[in-house]
Ligand binder design. Structure first.
Ligand code: ZN
Length: 113
């Protein structure tokens, strides 16, 4: 499952961060995932609960924000919303040269005690 490897990666970052800052427990994690990252928030929450068991992040609340996908057309020099099925520029009908956002997976904030 895709989400399990994401949850493990997330946990690794949390363990590094908590070690660095000398905290013993993570209470809440705010992450941003792109609409196009093919990650299901519910599945990620579930996977995180499992992999964080017995770690500093056990019982931490996962707050997931989904970032909408945006494309950019070089020809028209505009940015526009895309969904997973459409990558076409609304102005010239061209295929988006670049996906500006929607694939990210970032930790926005970690709350710990
Ligand atoms: Zn265009």
């Amino acid at each position: 499952m895709h989400e399990v490897s994401i949850a493990q990666g997330l946990l690794k970052i949390l363990e590094d961060e908590t070690k660095k800052h000398g905290v013993s427990r993570v209470t809440r994690v705010h992450i941003r995932i792109g609409e196009l990252s093919a990650c299901v928030p519910d599945a990620l929450t579930f996977a995180f609960e499992i992999v964080s068991e017995g770690t500093v992040a056990e019982g931490a609340e996962l707050k997931i924000e989904v970032v909408p996908a945006k494309g950019r057309c070089d020809k028209c020099d505009i940015e526009f919303d895309v969904d997973s099925a459409m990558f076409l520029c609304p102005q010239c009908g061209g295929v988006a040269a670049e996906i500006v956002s929607g694939k990210e997976l970032d930790i926005a904030e970690i709350e710990a005690e």
